[in-house]
Design a protein around this ligand. Sequence first.
Ligand SMILES: [Zn+2]
Ligand SMILES: [Zn+2]
Length: 330
Amino acid sequence: MPPFVDKAEVQAESEDALEKLVAPQAAPRKFQVVYRNLVTFGLAHLSALYGLYLAVTVAKWYSVFFCIFLAIVAGIGVTAGAHRLWTHRAYKAKMPLQIILIVMNSLAFQNSALDWIRDHRLHHRYSDTDADPHNATRGFFYSHIGWLLVRKHPEVKRRGKFVDLSDVYANPVLTFQKKYAIPFIGTICFLLPTVIPWYYWGESLYVAWYLTMLRYVYSLHVTFLVNSAAHLWGNKPYDKYIKPVQNLYVSFFAYGEGFHNYHHVFPWDYRTAELGNNWLNLSTLFIDFFAWVGWAYDLKTVPDDVISARAERTGDGANKWGFGPEEKGR
Ligand SMILES: [Zn+2]
Ligand SMILES: [Zn+2]
């Protein structure tokens, strides 16, 4: 049983009983600010802004390219790792690929992957209600970053206890990252990206540190956009009755994760999009490459006729790319 489960509470409330109660969409609530998070995020953002200033004024070109490269690697550690592999089990990965992915994921440092997976499974199960950690019904700011600055909604805590994480706790790669989070994630996300530019091409430690903060904050916002913009602005060619949308811009920045109306309808598809193999879906290309190597296997997709039938039945008839004129009929 996961350590955060309170046994007494589990006995008092059964999962079945909870399932019958629909979580409220966005009931009036009092926000309790978590000042530690507010200060940490505030400082990180100021550092990132200063990092941006240094990047365009004094940083060496090598350092800037290194920073961009790491941002992409970190992003794919979230999309292909924590998201598609570990949360949705949309494909399987052999141990060497899981190790590569946990290193890439640690570079992004969005909590431990284990906590990320719990939140994301809850997000899919109770999308856009009070039991969704980043409930987009509360608007852009809350679903983007606000949810991290206030105490969790009681519905999130209440229903979070029942998220099945048995596969996650049985995975040594994920439990290792959680157990050694501070030294492991600290080294990969902050220490090495600061020391490498200094050691290899003589960047100042000062500049390298602020570029690291810039990369870190940038990567956070890329993920946040999937929770905010991709639940608010775009069209719904697969299911017009849900909030998630197709948003091409988010897909560009989030390596293919902005085709979010599709993803919420078919979360087990490893491509997180119908149009998987394209330049906007770097995460899919990454998984395809490792499938070719033989380290990724059992890639799950949805048959075209199933997708078309669903789009026909519940879609809004819009362009499935998430941009351009509305296309009636497909
Ligand atoms: Zn979503
Ligand atoms: Zn998902």
